[in-house]
Design a protein. Sequence first.
Length: 444
Amino acid sequence: MKWFKRLILAFAVLIALLAAVPLLVSLDDYRPQIEKMVSEKLKEPVSLKKLRLIGLPLPHIKVEGIAVGKATDLSIGAVSVTPDLFSLLTSTKVIRSVDIEGLVITQRALDMLPEWAKSDPKAEPAAFKVLVQSISLKDSTLKLQHTKFGPFDALVSIDENGVPERADITARDGKFKASLTPAGEKFNVEVNARDWRLPAGPPIHFESLQVSGVASPTDADFKNIQAKLYGGSIAGKMVVGWQKGLQLKGNFAVDNVELRELVPLFSPKTRLSGRLTAKPVFSGAASKPDQLASMMKLDTPFDIRNGVLQGVDIQEAAMNPARKGGGGETRFDTLSGQFAMDRGTQRLTGLKVSSGSLAADGNVTIAPDKSLSGRVNAKVSVVGQTGVSVPLNVLGTLGSPLVLPAVGAIAGAGISAGASVGAKVGNWASGLFGGGDSKDAKNK
């Protein structure tokens, strides 16, 4: 048993030595040299707060307080690099893991990553090869121009040839998960989310979301998108490209989605309920992401059933032309038509509104400057009388709509009903499809 005792003793001495390494070896003297070297490589100021060699549980180097850029475009709480000690004696240096904690990366840093990753063509080839087996991120955050994603964790596994085998991204609240696996020169993408809100754009709440597709360094083809939201569902596909600017195209089938909570996300002052069915087809391209909304093209039929428009009682206004002021609510059985948007100009054609004794139809155009133009015909049926159709011109802007009787239109109750319908058609379009801007929403 002597050999066993000697083995235990040797192991104890080894553990003691590893624990004492940070006390015996200081790497902090190398910080200025490392900062200068990395700054010259990235052409950005780089600072490190602390550099340590740690012996347990495995020998590794830990760098703390990393900041890159004059405005700290990229910051890292700590990076731990754990090598395979035996590989240091060979031509291929193996790094078991790179563990990154507290990464915060901004939009500018994302834009600069391709430039930072470029190799120097004048640099002499390295005398050895470095192979990283895994990279992990903990408590990381992306801070984009108008939104934030995170905090999240990620794990990337890499094979012996330096090719990623799998990448997993998980939100720390557990509501969002994504995975990437190699598929030839591309990657299969799988996304699953529950009780999750979009981090960019209107904060749409998804009861569940499943996305699958294929991605490359220049684009992503999401061939299957399934979502449940606001009591209904959405199914479709979408292609996104980013090699030269940003490109987007796709189509969806929207089924029975309740608008009560969804509409205010696009138009805060609009209160509209009802079940929406639509089949939008969309596309757009822009040099910058924030320009994409103004360059989008969209076309869809739409149908809303059993809805309520709050803030106006169209039937009461039609039957009492002397009545002044708004208030009340209008219940409708159907609101349908065709919606098209092209580079900021929106058109609603074949509009039909049905609500008991009230019926309306017409066409309305919303220009990029939010001005309105079009014609609406309103008709109110009264018991014992024949309803009269009143043609109305739609004018003004989304913020201040104006409806006037067309030449030859009869006056009286019919005009009141028509004015109410016409004044709200533009608002319906804005609320349903996000056509209005924040300034208009405040004026509604």
